[in-house]
Write a protein that binds this ligand. Structure first.
Ligand code: PRX
Length: 664
C-alpha cells in the first residue's frame, strides 16, 4: 500500500514542509465542513450569550434518573455545583443505555495486545463484565463513597474496573502504570483507598515486568488498604496474602451477574486523579458525576466530530492520565463510539505499529501527543508510508504545545493534507477540552489551540495589571465556571483556593500556563508558569523530582529545572551537590536515576545531572532557579547581585560548557 508519504521523503519532504510554513491558516476542507456536526460559527455566539442554556442542552444528551432543579449553584465560589438535585450514573450512560437502544453488538473496544492478540469487546459484553465486577467489589465490602485504587496497564480490565467503580459510586484513584510502586503507595495513602486493583505483570516491549510483587514491597502494611485484587494478565505466579489478596477472575466467577447502576447525585465524586503541582506533594484532583460527563461527552462529540455509527476512534494516550480518563473511557463510551485500545509502545514490535493499527481497524480519528509525532518524524516517513492511512479523517493533538513543524508533518504525512487537526488545550483540572478548534468551523494555525470551546471563557491577563490582553502575552485564565471543572483538591480545600483562586479572586480560575493572544484573538499556549515541567506530555513537579533525588544517600542538595528538549518538549536537568567530599561519577549518576525511578517512575529520571559545590541562592537561602534555567539554556545570566556567593555561577557555567562539549 502506498500513500503520499511514500512519494515524499527526506529533503523533498523538508522542502514541502518549509513551503507550508508560509501558509498562515488552514481552512477546514470543504468536504469535511459539509458533513460536520457543527458547521455554523453562530454556535459560539449562542453559547456565549447563554452558557447555562448551552450546557443544559449538552446535559440533556445524557440519561438522568432525575433531572436537576438548578443548573449552576454559584453561591459560594470557587465551590461550584452543577445540575443540582439531578441524579444519574456514569456507567449506565456509558453502557446500559446503548444496550437498551439496541446497540449491544456494537464494538466498544478493539483491543490489541503487544503480542498481536486481539479482542473485540461489544457494548453488551462490556456491560456484563462491568456488572459482575461491580457485584464483586460490593462482595469485597466496597461501599458507595469508598475510594478504590487502580494500578493497571492498558488492558480491557482497566476500563471494566473504572466503570464498575462508577456503577456503585466508589470514586476511583487510577495511578499511571509508569509510576513506581512507591508512588502508588503514596497515592493510596493520601486517598485512604480501601481496595487496590492491580495485575500480575505488564508487557514491556517483548518482556514481562512483574507488577504485583513490586506493589507488595511498597505497600507493606498500609492500614487503610483492606484488599488487593490481582488481574491474571500475563500468567506470572504471585505471592497472595491470605485474607487480603484475591484474583480478579475468581471473584468475578463468584459474583452476581446483575448489578443495577446506582442512582448518584450529580455532584457525587466520580474520581480522584493525582497530578503534579508546585510542591512535592501531588494534588488529588476531584471530579464529580453530572458536570464531568456533560463536559467530556460534549467535547468528545464536537471536537472530534464523532459519528458513532461509522467512526473508529483511537486516543493513543495511557488510561492512567486524564486524557485516558476523559477520552479513552468516559467521553467515547458515553457517546457509543467504537475505539481502539493498544497495549504497547509506539515503537514495538516496530516503529510502524501505530500505522499498522490504523490500517487494520480503519481508524478514522486519531488523538495523540506531540511527543509521539516528533518521535515519528525522527523515525522517518517511510514507516507510515508502508500503510494505507486513507481511513483517517481527523487528527488531534494534546498534552503540550505542538511546534509548527510537527503540526505540518502530522498534517501532510499522516493526514494526507485532507484531515483537520484539532490542537486541544486542557488539563487534569479542567476535566475536558477547553481551548480547541471546531474542525468544521475553525481555520487553524499550526501551533495554536485557537479558541475556547463554546460555553468556555478564556482570557489572557496582563501579569502586572491583571487586565485582559488584547494582543500579546500574559497569564491564561478561565473566567466562568464550567461543568467538568475540578471541585476541589481531595482533602486539601485551602490548597485548592490558594492554587487556583487566589491570584485573581474566587471567580477566576488561574490555569498556571502563560499564553499569547494574537491579533485575530487566537490563543497560543506557551507553557507553565509554576514549577511544573512537561516531559513527553507527562506532568511533573520540580520539587517532586528534587525530593526523590535527595533521598539518595550521597546527595546533600538538589535543584531541578525543565530544559527545552527537541524530542520530549522539556527534559529534566538536575543540579546536584553531594555530601562532604564525595566526587560524583557515572555510578553516582546511575544511582540517582535509579532512586528517582523507584520513588516516582522511570519517566521522571533526569536527563542531565550537573555536579555543583553549591547552588545559587539568595542571601535568605532561596534557590534561584531562574539563573539555573539561564545557564541550562545557554542564555546570558540575569541579575546575580542578590546572590549569596556569585562565584557559584561561574563554576556552574564552566560545568555546563564541559558537559555540552562531552555530549557533542
Ligand atoms: O501546560 C499545559 C499543557 O499540559 C498542562 C496540563 O497537563 P495535564 O494536567 O497533565 O493534562 C494533559 C492533558 C490534557 C497544561 O497546563 N498542555 C496540555 N495541552 C496542551 C498543553 N500545552 C499546549 N497546548 C496544548 N494543546
Amino acid at each position: 500500500m502506498s500513500t503520499e508519504a511514500d512519494a515524499v521523503s527526506g529533503a523533498e519532504l523538508d522542502a514541502e514542509l518549509a513551503e507550508l510554513l508560509d501558509v498562515e491558516t488552514f481552512e477546514p476542507p470543504a468536504g469535511f465542513r459539509e458533513q460536520a456536526l457543527l458547521k455554523d460559527p453562530a454556535v459560539y455566539e449562542q453559547a456565549a450569550s447563554d452558557p447555562q442554556a448551552w450546557w443544559v442542552a449538552q446535559a440533556e444528551e445524557l440519561d438522568w434518573f432525575q433531572k436537576w432543579n438548578r443548573v449552576l449553584d454559584d453561591d459560594d465560589p470557587p465551590f461550584y455545583k452543577w445540575f443540582v438535585g439531578g441524579s444519574l450514573n456514569v456507567s449506565y450512560n456509558c453502557l446500559d443505555r446503548h444496550v437498551i437502544a439496541g446497540l449491544g453488538d456494537r464494538v466498544a473496544l478493539h483491543w490489541r495486545g503487544e503480542d498481536g492478540q486481539e479482542r473485540d469487546i461489544a457494548y453488551a459484553e462490556l456491560l456484563a463484565e462491568v456488572e459482575r465486577f461491580a457485584s464483586a467489589l460490593k462482595d469485597l465490602g466496597v461501599q458507595k463513597g469508598d475510594v478504590v485504587g487502580i494500578y493497571l496497564p492498558m488492558i480491557p480490565e482497566v476500563v471494566v474496573a473504572m466503570l464498575a467503580c462508577a456503577r456503585i459510586g466508589a470514586p476511583h484513584n487510577v495511578v499511571f502504570g509508569g509510576f513506581s510502586a512507591e508512588a502508588v503507595r503514596e497515592r493510596m495513602e493520601f486517598s485512604q483507598a480501601k481496595v487496590l486493583i492491580t495485575v500480575d505483570g505488564a508487557a514491556r516491549k517483548g518482556k514481562t515486568a512483574p507488577v504485583k510483587d513490586r506493589v507488595d514491597e511498597a505497600m507493606g502494611d498500609l492500614a487503610s488498604l483492606e484488599k488487593i485484587v490481582v488481574v491474571k494478565s500475563k500468567g506470572i505466579p504471585c505471592q497472595m496474602r491470605e485474607g487480603r489478596d484475591v484474583y480478579y477472575e475468581d471473584i468475578l466467577a463468584a459474583a452476581d451477574p446483575a448489578c443495577p447502576a446506582e442512582p448518584l447525585d450529580a455532584e457525587h465524586p466520580l474520581y480522584i486523579l493525582y497530578t503534579s503541582g508546585s510542591t512535592a506533594k501531588p494534588k488529588g484532583i476531584l471530579h464529580t458525576t453530572g458536570g464531568y460527563l456533560t463536559g467530556v461527552s460534549a467535547t468528545h462529540r464536537y471536537v472530534f466530530d464523532l459519528k458513532a455509527e461509522s467512526d473508529v476512534y483511537w486516543c493513543a494516550a495511557d488510561v492512567g492520565w486524564v486524557t485516558g480518563h476523559s477520552y479513552i473511557v468516559y467521553g467515547p463510551l458515553c457517546n457509543g463510539a467504537t475505539s481502539v485500545m493498544w497495549e504497547g509502545a509506539p515503537d514495538y514490535p516496530n516503529k510502524g505499529i501505530w500505522w499498522e493499527i490504523v490500517e487494520r481497524y480503519g481508524v478514522t480519528i486519531l488523538y495523540c501527543a506531540p511527543t509521539a509525532i516528533r518521535a515519528c518524524i525522527k523515525w522517518g516517513a517511510e514507516w507510515p508510508g508502508k500503510h494505507d492511512l486513507q481511513s483517517l479523517r481527523l487528527l488531534g493533538s494534546v498534552g503540550e504545545p505542538i511546534n509548527p513543524k510537527a503540526w505540518l508533518w502530522y498534517h501532510k504525512v499522516i493526514g494526507g493534507e485532507r484531515c483537520p487537526i484539532v490542537d486541544t488545550w486542557w488539563q487534569t483540572e479542567t476535566g475536558a477540552i477547553m481551548i480547541t478548534p471546531l474542525p468544521g468551523i475553525t481555520a487553524t494555525k499550526p501551533g495554536s489551540a485557537t479558541q475556547p470551546f463554546p460555553g468556555v471563557f478564556a482570557e489572557v491577563l496582563d501579569e502586572s495589571t491583571g487586565e485582559p490582553v488584547e494582543e500579546g502575552q500574559g497569564l491564561l485564565v478561565l473566567t466562568h465556571p464550567w461543568p467538568s471543572m475540578l471541585r476541589t483538591l481531595y482533602k486539601e480545600e485551602e490548597r485548592f483556593i490558594e492554587t487556583y483562586f487566589k491570584r485573581f479572586g474566587r471567580d477566576i480560575y488561574l490555569v498556571g500556563d502563560a499564553a499569547r493572544r494574537d491579533r485575530d484573538g487566537y490563543i497560543w499556549v506557551i507553557g507553565r508558569i509554576d514549577d511544573v515541567v512537561n516531559v513527553s506530555g507527562h506532568r511533573l513537579s520540580t520539587a517532586e523530582v528534587e525530593s526523590a533525588i535527595v533521598a539518595h544517600a550521597e546527595v546533600a542538595e538538589a535543584a531541578v529545572i525543565g530544559q527545552h528538549d527537541e524530542d520530549t518538549g522539556q527534559a529534566i536537568v538536575a543540579f546536584v551537590t553531594l555530601q562532604g567530599d564525595i566526587q560524583g561519577d557515572d555510578g553516582t549518576v546511575e544511582g540517582i536515576r535509579e532512586t528517582v525511578s523507584g520513588r516516582i517512575g522511570k519517566f521522571a529520571r533526569p536527563k542531565r545531572i550537573i555536579w555543583t559545590g553549591d547552588l545559587p541562592k539568595t542571601r535568605s537561602g532561596k534557590i534561584m532557579r531562574r539563573l539555573l534555567r539561564d545557564i541550562a539554556e545557554g542564555r546570558a545570566l540575569g541579575d546575580v547581585t542578590t546572590l549569596r556567593d556569585p562565584a557559584v555561577m561561574q563554576q556552574l557555567e564552566d560545568q555546563v560548557k564541559e558537559l555540552r562539549a562531552e555530549e557533542e
